[in-house]
Design a protein around this ligand. Sequence first.
Ligand code: NAP
Length: 260
Amino acid sequence: MDLGIKGRRALVCASSKGLGLGCAAALAAEGVHVTMTARGGDVLAAAAAEVRKANPGVEVIEVVGDITTPEGREAALKAAGQIDILVNNAGGPPPGDFRNWTRDDWIKAIDANMLTPIELIKATVDSMMERKFGRIVNITSAAVKAPIDVLGLSNGARSGLTGFVAGLSRKTVRNNVTINGLLPGPFNTDRIRGVAAGQAKNSGKSVEEILKQRASENPAGRFGEADEFGQACAWLCSAKSGFITGQNILLDGGAFPGTM
Ligand code: NAP
């Protein structure tokens, strides 16, 4: 299936590893020129080199920086040029007990997982609307539909973004600009291993035991893979998906037990 986005330009935030990398690789495979960002330059350079090698003819730009800062966003936007596709992503907030979180902890989470995507949407959406094409995908979390108690910072910040986008996405779609959330359940990335390491400390189990148990509890009997996530993202960014907006699409192997 030709997704009809060859030659488009994408900014994929936080994409040297995991789900962001899955999205950058899948978009590049569709002929989309991608700008990839991360704080760690070496890992980003290696990831960008792989994407470049797999997709000759596609421009792959690397921007080292913290996407949650104004400087990081400015550098990414400048390097990416005229953006047709924006994939918002950043690291997730740490787990914990809300009694221990300070105002600064909350501001940090809201900055990363709510205000940064909103700032990037603000910087790109009007130009997309003028050009009558735009696809914005926010990588959020299954926690938006089924909050996870220890991830209160994530539940709160991402729900704020989801609520904001619910309104805006109905205003942009008339100009063929869609905004949707992709909600990862458990995926086989460093993030899930980090969360499992935290759980291992308190439970007396090894990280491997915790991961194995979590995977077996999922209806699919496994975690998702980043390239599966990337494929879904690329499809949502396709020329043919202009009638889908304001949706929050779960990729969780069926873990969420409800019908909507
Ligand atoms: P990951 O494998 O740890 O990868 C995170 C990526 O983001 C890395 O490339 C990292 O590179 C980059 N990054 C993190 N903070 C950044 C920042 N401030 N500025 C620029 N780049 C940044 O994580 P993942 O599993 O792909 O998760 C992506 C998002 O999905 C996170 O918000 C996570 O909470 C959420 N999520 C993941 C799962 C899951 O099971 N994996 C489930 C639900 C939600 P640097 O560290 O070098 O910057």
